[in-house]
Design a protein around this ligand. Structure first.
Ligand code: GLV
Length: 388
């Protein structure tokens, strides 16, 4: 068994074990990758305030997200193609989240379907929705999530069109991978992945293939998005989706205070401050930098979550101390999944839980629900001074 001490250990193992095409898909941002880089480097700019001689006994990382009990406020983010990182990846990640007591969010662009995940788990998971032009398909997708007893609909609002990630184009990213000479050469070095995939329940986009007609290339994420996603999605449509769903709604992709106010107006149960892991608008602010202004605008009226850039428990601590109620990990759990399957996702969660717990204690706090800005040292100009 490899010794895993941190998320980076899982990432190294993941890089060795997963096909290059899928590793690159995870490890890319759009265009120059400025926002992708700053999502993590801006976390590093915030420092923690060490306190001493404080009773550290009886600590807890437990909290709630949209009223659901969580053992720590760290959900698994929706990540497309998770079932290509390792066979039955969404099922394994969902089971790990369930065993750990945190929410799992299934992406529309998953390999395992909504029904596969529902069958393999006992607790409700969250379903992330991309808005398609095909209203019938959209309606059926929502009905399927309802039938699977998903407890929240996470509507992604920052991907009506896809930001370009250069490596995906160069690699000819597809699910399943197209067998070009370069891909075959790479897959030959990934025997563990290949053996798993031979027995996988699915190797295509499970929520789509067999559920929609007239798609020219459902294996190609870029082509599918350009053809099927609804570029006319606006706030009126968001309100309509919320009505169609009828349950809890989380709006993901908020990076601006004005948009946060709009999300509040349509009655979101929570919003997710996110720039899609730096995969959409390159040049946008990092999520952690955007968080304070959004909290100022709506933080007392709606639950605010943060996604994009979290790779450690210290990062979780910083987001919570700034005022986020919950956080998400995407890449950090995918590293674990690609490295060691379900056990790897559980390891990623345990690494983060331990880092969060220990860091919190060393900041002199015992409960994640009691964190505030007093535990942080924030650079004076952290939010930036931008001209009006
Ligand atoms: C899709 O969600 C992507 O970022 O690739």
């Amino acid at each position: 068994m490899p010794v895993i001490t941190c998320i980076d250990d899982l990432k190294r193992l993941y890089q060795r074990r997963a096909p290059r095409m899928f590793y690159d898909y995870t490890e890319s941002g759009s265009w120059t990758e400025q926002t992708f880089r700053e999502n993590t480097s801006d976390f590093a700019d915030i420092r923690l305030r060490q306190r001493i001689a404080v009773d550290m006994s009886g600590r807890s990382t437990a909290s709630t997200m949209i009223g659901e009990d969580v053992t720590m406020p760290v959900a698994l983010a929706p990540v497309g193609l998770t079932g290509m990182q390792c066979a039955d990846g969404e099922i394994k990640a969902a089971r790990a989240a369930e065993a750990f007591g945190v929410p799992f969010t299934l992406s529309t662009m998953s390999i395992n379907s909504i029904e596969d995940v529902a069958e393999a788990t006992t607790k409700p998971f969250w379903f992330q929705l991309y808005t398609m032009k095909d209203e019938d398909f959209l309606r059926r997708l929502i009905e399927r999530a309802k039938a699977a007893h998903c407890s929240a609909l996470v509507i992604t609002l920052d991907l009506q069109i896809l930001g370009q990630r250069h490596k995906d184009i160069r690699n000819g990213l597809s699910a399943p991978p197209k067998l070009t000479p370069a891909t075959i050469a790479n897959l030959m070095t990934k025997w563990r992945w290949g053996i798993g995939m031979l027995g996988a329940k699915r190797r295509h986009f499970g929520n789509i293939v067999g559920h929609v007609e007239g798609v020219s290339d459902a294996a190609n994420l870029g082509a599918w998005t350009a053809e099927q996603f609804d570029p006319s999605l606006d706030w009126a449509k968001v309100a309509k989706l919320k009505e169609m769903w009828g349950g809890k709604v989380i709006l993901k992709g908020i990076l601006d205070a004005e948009d946060a106010r709009m999300a509040l107006k349509v009655g979101a149960d929570a919003i997710v401050v996110s720039n899609h892991g730096g995969r959409q608008l390159d040049g946008a602010l990092s999520a952690i930098r955007a968080l304070p202004a959004i909290l100022d605008a709506v933080g007392d009226k709606v639950e605010v979550h943060l996604d994009s850039g979290i790779r450690s428990g210290q990062d979780v601590l910083k987001a919570l101390a700034l005022g986020a109620r919950g956080t998400y990990i995407g890449r950090a759990f995918v590293y674990g999944l690609g490295a060691m399957g379900q056990a790897g996702v559980e390891t990623a969660l345990e690494v983060i839980r331990k880092e969060l717990d220990t860091s919190m204690a060393l900041c002199g706090r015992r409960n994640v629900t009691d964190l505030d800005r007093d535990v942080l040292l924030i650079p004076e100009d952290f939010e930036g001074r931008w001209q009006d």
